[in-house]
Design a protein around this ligand. Structure first.
Ligand SMILES: *[C@@H]1O[C@H](CO)[C@@H](O)[C@H](O)[C@H]1NC(C)=O
Ligand SMILES: *[C@@H]1O[C@H](CO)[C@@H](O)[C@H](O)[C@H]1NC(C)=O
Ligand SMILES: *[C@@H]1O[C@H](CO)[C@@H](O)[C@H](O)[C@H]1NC(C)=O
Length: 410
C-alpha cells in the first residue's frame, strides 16, 4: 500500500469524533453494561419499565433516553445524611479492584487494575498521621494482581490466590505473605484450587479462605479451607477443609469481631473471559448481587443474620470496625433493570455488632466501588476504586486514586 495521504480536515474531524464515540461506547460496554446471557434475573423488567415511562429526568442520551436518571427505590440511593468530606492526596496510581489492609496509621494498598489492559504489581502506602503517600514496594511478579484474599495480623500481610494479569485472565492458587517491617515476601502452601476474590480472614490462629469465584470466574465457589499460621509462617503443610459457606461468590466483606467470623454481601457470577480470546477479553455475564450476612461463632454451623439495607458487592476492603460497629462504604448493587448497567453504591452503612442490625448513616461524596477504607484518630478515610458518572447517574465511569476523609460520629 502506498503511503497514506494526510486526511483533509473536512473528513478528519468527523472521523476523529466518530472514533472517539466508538471508543467511548466500547469502554462503557466493557465496564458497565451487559452483553451476553444477561437475563433480567428476578422478573424485574415489567415494573421497571413502568417507572421508566414515568421518568422525571429530561436528559436524553443517544437512543435510550428513558432508562437513565430515574430509578425506583430498589435501585435508587437510600436517603442518608450528607456528610462533609475533605479531599486528601490521591494515590500515586488509579486503582479498580485494589486491596488494602491498615496497620496502625498506615494503609497498605495492593495491586488492582489501572485499566482493563493494565494491572499493578506493587504496594502503595498512605500514612494517616502525615496524610501523605509515603512508600511504595514491589509485589513478587508471580503474585496475583486482583481478586485477592487479604488479611493482616498487625505485622504480616497474607495475600492469597486471585487473578494473575489483566482483563479476565485465569486465577492462581499460590499464596504469599509479606513482613511489613522487613518487606520480605515468602510463599505459603497453595490452595487445592484457585479462587477469585474469596472471603478471607485470620480467626483463632488460622487463615480462613472461603467462597469466591471458581476457576471460570463466574461459578460461585462454596468451599472453605483453613491453615494454621503464626508470624507469617504456615504451621501446617496443607489446607484443612472446613464447613462450606451457604452462599458463594466473590467480592464480600469478611470480618472477625468479638471472636466471631462474619461474611457480608457479595455476588454470584462475574465477568468472564470470552471463549477463545487470546487476551482473555472480559465479557459480562449474568450476576446476582446480594446483601446476605453469615456468621460463624462455633466453627461448625453458619448462622444467617439480617441482610444489608440493599444488595452490595465489591466491598472486600471497604470496611472498618469502630466502637463495635462495622462501617462499610460504597459498593455495587443489582444492575439497572433496563440499561443493565452496573449501579454503584454511595451510602455509608453501619452494622452494630451489639444488636446485629444495620443502618444507613451517611452519604459518600459520590458512588464508588472497590473503595479501600481506613479509620484513624476519628477520621473515616477511603481511597481509590471506580466512581460514578455523576449525581444523577450511578453507572460506573472513572477508575480513580482519589482519597477522601470525614469526621466520624457514631
Ligand atoms: C422497584 O422495582 C422492583 C423490581 O421490579 C420491585 O420489586 C419493587 O417493588 C419496586 N419498588 C418500588 C418502591 O416501587
Ligand atoms: C506516619 O507519619 C508520622 C508523621 O510524619 C510519623 O510520626 C509516623 O511515624 C508515621 N508512621 C509510621 C508507621 O511510620
Ligand atoms: C467511640 O466511643 C467513644 C466512647 O464512647 C466516643 O468518645 C467516640 O466519639 C466514639 N467514636 C465515634 C467515631 O463515634
Amino acid at each position: 500500500m502506498a503511503a497514506p495521504k494526510p486526511l483533509s480536515p473536512r473528513f478528519a474531524v468527523p472521523l476523529a469524533i466518530a472514533l472517539l464515540l466508538a471508543l467511548g461506547l466500547v469502554a462503557d460496554f466493557l465496564w458497565s453494561s451487559s452483553s451476553s446471557s444477561g437475563t433480567s434475573g428476578r422478573g424485574q423488567l415489567a415494573s421497571a419499565s413502568r417507572t421508566a415511562t414515568a421518568k422525571k429526568s429530561g436528559r436524553a442520551r443517544g437512543k435510550k433516553p428513558a432508562a437513565e436518571g430515574y430509578l425506583n427505590a430498589t435501585y435508587a440511593d437510600i436517603p442518608a445524611p450528607r456528610w462533609d468530606w475533605e479531599e486528601m492526596p490521591a494515590a500515586p496510581v488509579p486503582r479498580l479492584d485494589g486491596y488494602s489492609v491498615q496497620i496502625g496509621d498506615l494503609l497498605y494498598v495492593f495491586a488492582g487494575y489501572e485499566n482493563l489492559d493494565h494491572v499493578h504489581s506493587h504496594v502503595d502506602v498512605y500514612n494517616f498521621t502525615s496524610n501523605t503517600w509515603t512508600g511504595r514496594f514491589d509485589m513478587p511478579k508471580e503474585m496475583a494482581n486482583s481478586h485477592l484474599g487479604i488479611v493482616t495480623d498487625g505485622r504480616y500481610i497474607y495475600a492469597l490466590t486471585g487473578q494473575f494479569g489483566p482483563q479476565c485472565r485465569s486465577p492462581i492458587n499460590r499464596n504469599f505473605v509479606v513482613d511489613t517491617v522487613t518487606k520480605e515476601w515468602h510463599e505459603l502452601p497453595p490452595l487445592a484450587v484457585p479462587r477469585y476474590a474469596p472471603a478471607t480472614q485470620l480467626w483463632r490462629g488460622r487463615l480462613h479462605v472461603m467462597g469466591g469465584g471458581k476457576e471460570d470466574r463466574h461459578e460461585p465457589g462454596l468451599e472453605h479451607w483453613s491453615l494454621a499460621v503464626k508470624d507469617g509462617k504456615a504451621l501446617e503443610n496443607e489446607w484443612r477443609t472446613e464447613i462450606p459457606i451457604p452462599r458463594g461468590g466473590p467480592h464480600r466483606a469478611c470480618i472477625v469481631a468479638n471472636d466471631k467470623l462474619f461474611v457480608i454481601g457479595g455476588q454470584e457470577g462475574d465477568f468472564m473471559a470470552k471463549p477463545g480470546s487470546p487476551i482473555f477479553k472480559c465479557v459480562r455475564r449474568h450476576e446476582v448481587v446480594y446483601g446476605d450476612v453469615y456468621m460463624l461463632d462455633d466453627g461448625n454451623k453458619w448462622k444467617q443474620l439480617s441482610p444489608m439495607p440493599k444488595p452490595n458487592s465489591h466491598i472486600e476492603c471497604a470496611w472498618v470496625i469502630v466502637n463495635n460497629s462495622v462501617i462499610i462504604v460504597g459498593g455495587t448493587t443489582e444492575k439497572h433493570p433496563i440499561t443493565k448497567k452496573m449501579i454503584l453504591v454511595g451510602e455509608v452503612f453501619r452494622f452494630d455488632l451489639d444488636t446485629l442490625t444495620w443502618s444507613v448513616i451517611g452519604r459518600m461524596p459520590f458512588r464508588i466501588k472497590t473503595a479501600l477504607a481506613g479509620y484513624w484518630d476519628g477520621w473515616l478515610y477511603f481511597t481509590s476504586g471506580q466512581r460514578d458518572r455523576g449525581p444523577d447517574n450511578p453507572a460506573p465511569k472513572k477508575v480513580v486514586g482519589c482519597t477522601w476523609r470525614t469526621k466520624l460520629h457514631l
